[in-house]
Design a protein around this ligand. Structure first.
Ligand SMILES: Cc1cc2nc3c(=O)[nH]c(=O)nc-3n(C[C@H](O)[C@H](O)[C@H](O)COP(=O)(O)OP(=O)(O)OC[C@H]3O[C@@H](n4cnc5c(N)ncnc54)[C@H](O)[C@@H]3O)c2cc1C
Length: 380
């Protein structure tokens, strides 16, 4: 629960040393006040949004399952298939946790050899966890990083757009929470440059006051430093701003690091596309972990699966920008080392990854208007 006491406590958390050191090196800092710093004491700098700073625009298809991701086991002939797919807009976040649940199911069999289908975040984490259990693992995949949907992900640690609320069961919601809990712990072990994971302030710009619908309100123990901010506690032109910290995972660093770990642990990768389940029955491995993402829609004829297209434009990197904006009229900004990511599109049932020019312009102009109105006393 957010109380006035929490707000005041958080406001007092700005480390004086951080504020003073930022002031010492940054022009104009004399005009900065507390609202120009994150609760952890980092300066809040404006993102420079303009057409001539755009370096690329890409789109990907979120592997969305209306009734939530599928982690379950089934027997087919002499094989056990463990499903691990359908994580929508939260597959990076859920990867370790969902794969942990899949690993537990596979570990109930007497075998020690498995095939993992897919080499995105779900396939790689499942493969690594099976190796940690002493299994011999081969990944079979049509596409490898950097050509998977997982490479397109923004990488904010928050399991959003994962299911349609009216479609999910209480049992699924328990599984979802368990997966988030496991993932939250796993990712914390990977914080640092080697895996491209770091903690970061998030500013959630809401259209109305908090009403219990955001994930940080529903799972407060997964979102530290939550503050329902008053107008004078942040530099944005917005009435309702909710602050919390999350991790940010950079897919272009995380996925190659996992691939390297997989090889180091003796894993083998085979590039192969499967067109039917009967092809799977010819694999030599007795256990198959299905992490094919959207591919499961056709390969396993899952009618609950659909694509939600998402498009991103990247600006030149701005190392001084170190906070996330989400919920800003559906727009979001993540500052990554490979560019400042601007997103904000969710097109259901669209299966084309070609970027759309109207969407691109909307995302750029929406962010431009937002950051132009931001108070940045250091900008000259
Ligand atoms: C624009 C955008 C932003 C996103 N932002 C975030 C975010 O901030 N945070 C977050 O947690 N998530 C985010 N996501 C969601 C995330 O990208 C996905 O949930 C995640 O990548 C799914 O991982 P996956 O391993 O299941 O699928 P994929 O990465 O698609 O991997 C699937 C693998 O299966 C293989 N495959 C599929 N079919 C076959 C077949 N028939 N035969 C052989 N191989 C096959 C593919 O080649 C690939 O190797 C975002 C997604 C998009 C599009």
């Amino acid at each position: 629960m957010i109380s006035r006491r929490n707000i005041l406590q958080a406001a007092s958390l700005i480390p004086l040393a951080a504020a003073v050191s930022a002031c010492a090196v940054t022009p104009g800092a004399g005009l900065a006040s507390r609202r120009n710093y994150t609760p952890s004491g980092l300066p809040l700098r404006r993102v420079h949004v303009s057409e001539d700073r755009v370096i690329r625009t890409i789109a990907g298809l979120r592997p969305f399952r209306r009734n939530g991701f599928n982690v379950s086991a089934e027997r087919r002939n002499d094989k056990v298939i463990v499903h691990n797919y359908g994580h929508g807009g939260g597959g990076i976040t859920l990867s370790w946790g969902s794969s942990h649940l899949a690993m537990e199911l596979a570990s109930k069999t007497p075998h020690k050899q498995c095939a993992v289908l897919g080499c995105g975040a779900l396939g790689l984490t499942a493969a690594r966890l099976m190796q940690d259990q002493g299994w011999q693992v081969t990944i079979y995949a049509r596409d490898l990083p950097p050509h998977t949907t997982s490479n397109v992900a923004g990488g904010q640690w928050s399991a959003t757009s994962v299911f349609d609320r009216p479609e999910v069961s209480a049992a699924f919601l328990s599984q979802y929470e368990l997966a988030m809990q496991h993932s939250y712990r796993y990712f914390q072990n990977l914080v640092g440059p080697r895996y491209g994971v770091r903690w970061i302030s998030n500013y959630h710009v809401l259209p109305q006051a908090l009403n219990g619908e955001t994930l940080p309100e529903q799972y407060p123990y997964l979102y530290p430093q939550r503050i329902d901010m008053a107008r004078d506690q942040h530099p944005f032109d917005a009435d309702h701003v909710y602050h919390y910290d999350t991790m940010l995972v950079e897919p272009a660093i995380f996925l190659p690091a996992l691939t390297e770990d997989f090889h180091t642990a003796g894993g083998k990768i085979v590039i192969r596309e499967f067109h039917s389940q009967s092809e799977l029955m010819n694999l030599q491995e007795p256990v198959i972990i299905n992490s094919t993402g959207l591919g499961a829609k056709t390969l396993f004829n899952d009618q609950n699966m659909l694509a939600i297209k998402g498009q991103l434009s990247f600006l030149l990197p701005q190392p001084e920008v170190d906070y996330i904006i989400v919920g800003n009229n559906g727009h979001y900004m993540f500052p990554r080392s490979d560019g400042v990511l601007l997103g904000g599109s969710f097109d259901r049932d669209i299966y084309d990854t070609t970027p759309d020019e109207t969407t691109r312009r909307r995302i750029i102009s929406g962010h431009r208007a937002f950051f132009m109105r931001m108070d940045d006393p250091w900008s000259v």
